[in-house]
Design a protein around this ligand. Sequence first.
Ligand code: NAD
Length: 455
Amino acid sequence: MSKVEDVVATARNSFRSGITKPYEFRMHQLKALLQMVDENFNELVEVISNTAKKPKFEVILYELEIVKNDIRHAMHNLKEWMKPTKVEKPLPFILDEVFIYPEPYGVVLIVGTWNYPVMLLLSPMIGAIAAGNCAVLKPSEVSPTVGNLIEKLLPKYLDPACFFVVNGGIPETTQLLEQRFDYILYTGSTSVGKIVQRAASKYLTPVTLELGGKTPVYLDQNADIKLATSRILWGKFVNTGQSCIAPDYVLCTKDVEIKFVEEAKNKIRQWFGHDVKESSNFARIINSSHHKRLTSLLKGANIAVGGSFSTEDCFIEPTIVTDVKPDDSVMQEEIFGPILPVVNVKNALDAINFINDREKPLSLYVFSNEKRIQDLFLENTSSGNLLVNDTMMHFACDSIPFGGIGHSGMGAYHGKFSFDTFSHGKGTVIKKLNKFGELITAARYPPYTESNLNI
Ligand code: NAD
């Protein structure tokens, strides 16, 4: 038996033993996970910030604190989430118990990526634990030191017969995908998402695919451009734009673009100083191949802000590109870096058509205080999430589902939605086996007569 087969077999035996189902076990594991993050906080911050080359502030606030909040939220609500949901009873079931029982799927696979290497593994895992599953985590090979640290820490805190970490690259992921899982949550690119779904279909394993794509921003002429620029640039330049929900491009009129570019120059100087390369507040691109991919997008581009880069430390300056045409290379694929193209449109309707001509985005950002404009986008576009007058902040709102649609993914998680993702809602009817109950449904039995239909 290979290591991967052994891991899945052990997890399956553990799940079958029923150990993960009681409330006490789930609560204990969640507490242990919180303890793991707390007791190793500094080491986690150090390793993530070194590997992902990002400021410690970003690791703490946008990764580890999010995980800690998610755990606390799950612990606080676990009892409530685990309760069967009572539902309306149709007349023939009036004497019965009718409810939806959340049952764990079993053994789940969670495949993470490198841009938030701990959060994108542990946040889904919180839902898997809360829902009573065993889980196998596959960290990204692009950030191997983080994966190794999680592999070292997890068995010290969580039940090592129920929760596993498998490190490695494509061969290991491929091997994992050959196994039979009861649920798979994958975070990463759309192209690999398709591979995951194909592999899952062998066993009809349900999947949640948290993918990427080009997230548009519409900046309306009546918006507060100063404030909007801060919020757009913050979303774009956190983690150097290597966030799945970073604004990918801006749609606005030429007039708005001029104001936006001017304001952006001020903001970038204010936030990162005259030489961004020297700023401790600006991350680096994860590796040289992504750096090469990104800098090639700048060839021939009309650079309105920034544009400089250095290969040896994978640095790219915050960059805004204007006079962008829809068939320019920068508009073909998700950018995933600190380059922000501005595409001119005539008005909101023109922007909506532009968005609807392309794959459905993971998120859509609309900047306008006009209800009419907000409603236009709400009702006439389709995206995983919609956020009006800000960027990325909806990720922290755990009372709404976070996820994509179409090429940006399927399914969702966060908060209670994580619990629901990893639970099968078993529709349940419990009848009494007595004569009284027979009165209501007795007409179903043969011999069939006209009078049976009149009931
Ligand atoms: P990646 O290269 O780290 O891959 C992610 C995982 O897929 C890894 O564990 C890797 O081992 C596995 N993998 C890669 N190629 C494979 C193959 N051929 N077969 C099987 N497994 C394979 O990550 P990435 O794809 O570079 O991630 C970036 C993408 O992730 C971007 O598109 C981004 O938008 C998206 N993303 C989405 C979310 C979200 O929540 N929706 C969050 C973060 C990133």
